[in-house]
Design a protein around this ligand. Structure first.
Ligand code: GDP
Length: 306
């Protein structure tokens, strides 16, 4: 005997169909239930940004999530930076997009790579990542597992200086120390400072060095062969633009922001680029910067949860 409501055989209008869908009782409604529950609960996403000061970390976070998390940031002088130790700062903000809630945590690492001697300066960062794993493990083994706060780092955007000739020892050290623990996405910062030929060469060099040092950066999982063609196409496009990305403004753009003036809220154009008064932020070679990065961020989060 069937437990589900039987559909009428006559042609139903869309309203009839909705009514029937509402009355339907059966396991075919499970995806709807899961969807409703997840949307109601919201999602957690923890993103780490690392790289030396001034490479555009806060600007990228601002343009990706349209949230100014750095309002109270104190900029240090060059002298103070030399003696500064690496800190771990967490900013959490609740954002909502089309009814879907996201608890976004940005883990910033001010002071990383700024000192004269940068040996082992990634140690506080690896310790922090390990602590989050331990905390999660302890919470999972405890009795009250209903409201576990997941603070594990889902993705780390690592900013590489565009002015070097590839990876510096501190970049290699950081990535080697963390590549087994978090999904690392290397980015060439301020790629708009380089001409296309220079970007290509730098990318090739970085790719070679990543292989040479056995660093595992984030790779998209293979999509199932039975996925639809649109999804496969999107997957192919994302894979092409992967490793390492270049983030930067349009080459022809220039900064008209008054020194120390308020940080204007960027807008997003139809192509998904984020527009500042001084130019557009986009990922080099990606179909669109912000959407590409957002997809990447979403996909790496999924990969972490799988
Ligand atoms: P952070 O210290 O890494 O957080 O760097 P900020 O986001 O504060 O950026 C430092 C400076 O670089 C600011 O003056 C930004 O306007 C500028 N900047 C940020 N992103 C870019 C970029 O993509 N290209 C260029 N040319 N400048 C940028």
């Amino acid at each position: 005997m069937s437990t589900g409501l039987r559909y009428k055989s006559k042609l139903a209008t869309p309203e009839d169909k909705q009514d029937i869908d509402k009355q339907y009782v059966g396991f075919a409604t499970l995806p709807n239930q899961v969807h409703r529950k997840s949307v109601k609960k919201g999602f957690d996403f923890t993103l780490m940004v690392a790289g030396e000061s001034g490479l555009g970390k806060s600007t990228l976070v601002h343009s990706l999530f349209l949230t100014d998390l750095y309002k109270e940031r104190k900029l240090l002088s060059a002298e103070e930076r030399i003696s500064q130790t690496v800190e771990i700062l967490k900013h959490t903000v609740d954002i909502e997009e089309k009814g879907v809630k996201l608890k976004l945590t940005i883990v910033d690492t001010p002071g990383f790579g700024d000192a004269v001697n940068n040996s082992e300066c990634w140690k506080p960062i690896t310790d922090y990542v390990d602590q989050q794993f331990e905390q999660y493990f302890r919470d999972e083994s405890g009795l009250n597992r209903k409201n576990i706060q997941d603070n594990r780092v889902h993705c780390c955007l690592y900013f590489i200086s565009p002015f070097g000739h590839g990876l510096r020892p501190v970049d290699v050290g950081f990535m080697k120390a963390l590549h087994e623990k978090v999904n690392i996405v290397p980015l060439i910062a301020k790629a708009d400072c380089l001409v296309p030929g220079e970007i290509r060469k730098l990318k090739e060099r970085i790719r070679e060095e990543i292989d040479k040092f056995g660093i595992h950066v984030y790779q998209f999982p293979e999509c199932d062969s039975d996925e639809d063609e649109d999804f496969k196409q999107q997957d192919r496009e994302l894979k092409v633009c992967l490793q390492p990305h270049g983030v930067g403004r349009d080459p022809e753009a220039f900064d008209t922001r008054p020194r120390g003036g308020p940080r204007p809220r960027p807008r997003t154009d139809l192509g998904g680029n984020t527009i500042f008064p001084w130019g557009r932020a986009r990922v080099a070679q990606a179909p669109s910067a912000t959407s590409g990065m957002c997809n990447l961020v979403n996909r790496s989060r999924n990969a972490c949860q799988d």
